[in-house]
Design a binder for this molecule. Sequence first.
Ligand code: MGD
Ligand code: MGD
Ligand code: SF4
Ligand code: MO
Length: 754
Amino acid sequence: MAADGDITTHIRTCPLCEAMCGLEIHVDTQQQVTLIRPDREDVWSKGFICPKGTTLGHLHHDPDRIREPMVRDGETWREVSWEAAFRRCDELIHGVLERHGKSAMTCYIGNPTIHNLSLSRYVGLFVGLSGLPMLYSAGTVDQWPKNVSCMLMYGGMWRIPAPDIQRTHYWLIMGGNPQASQGSLLAVPDALGEIAKIRERGGKTVVIDPRRTGTADKADEWIPIVPGTDALFLLAVLNVLFADGLATLGELSDFVIGIDDVRALAAQFSPESVADTCSIPAETIRRIAHEIAAAPSASIYGRIGLCNQEFGTLASWLIDVLAIVTGNFDRPGGLMFGRSIAWSVSDIADPQWADGVSFGRWKSRVRGTPEVLGQVPISCLAEEILTPNTSPITPALTCEPGASSQLRSVVTIAGNPVISSPEAAAMDRAFADLDCMISVDNYLNETTRHAHVILPGLSQLEVGHYDDLIHSWAVRTHGNYSPPVFDVPAERPREWQILTVLGALHAGMHYDDIDIAMFDDGFFDAMCTAQGVDGAFVRSHYTEGGTERMLDLQIRTGPFGDRYGANPDGLTLRSFRDAPHGIDIGPMEPRARQIVTTPSGKIELAPPYITADVERLKARVDRPVDDLLLVSRRHVRSNNSWMHNVRVLMKGKDRCTLLINPSDADRCGVVHGAVARVTSEAGEVEVPVEVSDEMMQGVVSLPHGWGHDKVGTRLSVAREHAGVNNNLLAPGTLIDVISNNAIVNGIPVAVVPA
Ligand SMILES: Nc1nc2c(c(=O)[nH]1)N[C@H]1C(S)=C(S)[C@@H](COP(=O)(O)OP(=O)(O)OC[C@H]3O[C@@H](n4cnc5c(=O)[nH]c(N)nc54)[C@H](O)[C@@H]3O)O[C@H]1N2
Ligand SMILES: Nc1nc2c(c(=O)[nH]1)N[C@H]1C(S)=C(S)[C@@H](COP(=O)(O)OP(=O)(O)OC[C@H]3O[C@@H](n4cnc5c(=O)[nH]c(N)nc54)[C@H](O)[C@@H]3O)O[C@H]1N2
Ligand code: SF4
Ligand SMILES: [Mo]
């Protein structure tokens, strides 16, 4: 923080996405943010920023943002004191506990959880304390397939290797559009800028996507692909590599098992046999295989387009397989494991897997879907609320994992599933039916309008920040701590405290009996034990608990930490407070041999759970072609569903449009600028048409995160640009069955003039 006349300058990391940009924030004496610009001295982002980063002040000052707890009586909301809000939560939670028991309660965890200092560190405490038998998250409309493949290949669901694009000579991008998203499961500032640098190194970037995206425009080659057929393409590439003697494990030959199984599978998928299904010529598949093999190094990258699809796990798995069998794994320029300075609670070995990973330990009540990594599809949530029990339930305070009766209570944490989940209309109906809904959220939006109580977090500028899991897939080991820009009275509950109270209420305690500090100490001690240090000794270093204490522990017991004096030159949170532009340790280093924890102790290239799904894929080859398939897209000025209330980001032409290829538009009789009706098995929407050859023939695209026309929200700007919710078109039954992840890309639709 520095003051110059009437302006105080704060240096801070943007918490909105994985690019982790350094910002310079100017605040005047009226406590108004007057300017946000890039921090050119940031050791990581070096002056890179996107339009969203400049809007943290708008979010902070947004009159629609919820600042005080709100309680709903019927249709009316009133602001109440924190005490009154927590007492209402007590009443609601105990009401459900007494009448229906714990098996009627769940929670939904949304995306900003990972970007928030409090939520990322304490959501685990909430889950542990609450004893909820199952939980739902945005993870099953996101990266669950990758979690499954990494769990089975490397022994950890968050051990996700990242493409080392700052050093690679070949970047293959499948189902990702960093021009909009700024990278995902890939933390790098200015991902798009790396494409030019790869070219300068004599390398090449290839984008495989049904849409010629902004990334494809910058790349050297765009290869359109039929949605959901990426696994076929990847198997055919492997087929060529094996057939032409180009497969090599390189340095890892003694550390990988299962290559013969992969060879045998790939042998069944010649380029010719998949070319029509993928709509990619066989010679292109052969050429790509040879280019990867010939490149001095290659980064194979797949993202949301490869997860939120019919064969999400196979495709996500094959991305890593392709890197491994071309010797592009765990070495510079290939796929590598990042290394965080501060460990993440999520990455601590989970006792539930102590005896090995197994799936299907329990099933969802209504649909009978087996759990995968502890979750069933998010699309199950609505039916679990709306479907009555078939036999009477004896209410109990505790229950087994997976136990379920008709759900009567949901806590949502930083999520907007009424927009973001498939079967969106059912989700909307279901939330209206609950006896208890509590939302930890900063807006009265499409989801939280159903809540009985909304407990707001603070603005992005009122809290400290240090990214969490994102560092495990960052291309450089670095860290950056941001203190709050604006002070908030100490007695105003922070989100970690809100989660602790909610967890304890679920555990059966009453509000008056909850000692937040005691739970915090207990959680802290457990984390100390997991790191091999004594909790009581470590706690003696602090005068207060909470997020900054936890973060200090994470840094000090991390790989570069001072271990509370044992390594006097090591890092502490103080080191970061003293280095506002961040601390950079260096690029990723080979470390697979240190971190793989599979039963064999090696990288398991062909987990039977995954390879068994190849039979399902084979059936895809001969399936009749769908007329039109719908995929999702993002825009650099949006952030999932929740930043459409920022006026400066909403400037310019309408972004919620149906992108359609000219020949498809002709065939369907729709014209540019007119409104089309898009229909699927799940529902229909009416949306303006944007005819463009950036779509391949047979595929249409809608952005996700829109549909802000619901009654009862407080989103004055978003309402003016409502758009339509593409998840009204996503049937909840469409699931990548081995991961439980939703299929929101590749939905069969019909398009007609409205
Ligand atoms: N069709 C389709 N559907 C998709 C996708 C797609 O590509 N296509 N993408 C999927 C993906 S990848 C994801 S991650 C999900 C996202 O799904 P969700 O996580 O359910 O939705 P978001 O839009 O991220 O909603 C974030 C919520 O958090 C609140 N919020 C923001 N910041 C904070 C904070 O600091 N504290 C608290 N307490 N609340 C905060 C916002 O007000 C908002 O209500 O959507 C998924 N759905
Ligand atoms: N500006 C902005 N940034 C964001 C977000 C945001 O909403 N806005 N959301 C954040 C979140 S939560 C996430 S998870 C990430 C996602 O980050 P990305 O994965 O980069 O997300 P998208 O930009 O949606 O790009 C997905 C691409 O997949 C393509 N695709 C769809 N189906 C298929 C298929 O079957 N095969 C292939 N090969 N491609 C397909 C789509 O056409 C699209 O171009 O972005 C994060 N960053
Ligand atoms: S790319 Fe934009 S949203 Fe993402 S961290 Fe940087 S400034 Fe923030
Ligand atoms: Mo996501």
